[in-house]
Design a protein around this ligand. Sequence first.
Ligand SMILES: [Zn+2]
Ligand SMILES: [Zn+2]
Length: 317
Amino acid sequence: MKVRHDIHTHTLFSSCCYDPEATAAAFVEKAHELGHSVFGFSNHIWDERVPGASNWYKGQTVGYGLEEKDAIPSNTHGIKILFGTETEYCGMTDNLGMLAETAKKFDYILVPHSHTHQKNFVMAENPDVKAYRKTLAAEICEKLPGISEEQAQRMASTVKYQEVLAAIKEHTVDDGEYLADFLFTSFESLMVHPEFVKMAASVPTLIAHPFYPCGESKEQLSRVLGMLLAQKDRLFDDFSTAARMNVGLDVNIGTYRSAEDYKDDPMVAVMRIALEAGCKFGFGTDSHSLKGLENIRKGDAIGDAIGITEKDIADII
Ligand SMILES: [Zn+2]
Ligand SMILES: [Zn+2]
């Protein structure tokens, strides 16, 4: 199947987009060049009516996000433009970053449950890491008597997560298992979150990069996806729930290994289970640059490897 849409994109309205060319107008032109029939904008937004935004999300409000609508050119070359958003779900606190009522302002909502790189916001740090930071703070206090306990804690908290993990000699919690467990539990708690249930019933809703732990090394990623696939029945049940709720899945191009042949890709294996469970899909580059939109062409081979055909595409598209 030739993919003729892209509904996961970020322009300069997202704080993590650094491409000066990534404007709404340029994206529409590129979508035309790529032969899309449907194109969606999905910048990061945290609804200011929901308490608990991280500092990073604080500026990315609904009001701000909606301003981009005015920047969409009137000539879209016949492309159906969808104005959506990628909000947030923090599994560790069961906090959804948007109210169902607010979601109605958008054509569709992408809800990620796997922004696992946003530590202590989306996902709690591995308990080993937490314990290590505590020890580190105590050592800093001891060696630098002029420093307050609070300052030492702050210093210990700035050491990178992966660096702390590497420094721990005896692990009591395997980080891969910890991630795999989080991916399951966060997906499952999202599916029963009352506001999410309302949202899914009233606005086209898809899960952004389902079951893909963001920010992991290639090796760790393969391990974690292997652990998920070892629980095929649980994946099937979770995807069946999504299918019953008419919650679609984002086929996120960047989450597949770049290769000529995707048939042995673990993410393909995960999505095949979703297809079997009756889920619907939407393709997305998750591009944060103008050039990155071209990656959609990898979607043809990815979709074929999963077995997605026109009838499996989400209704909104
Ligand atoms: Zn995302
Ligand atoms: Zn995204």
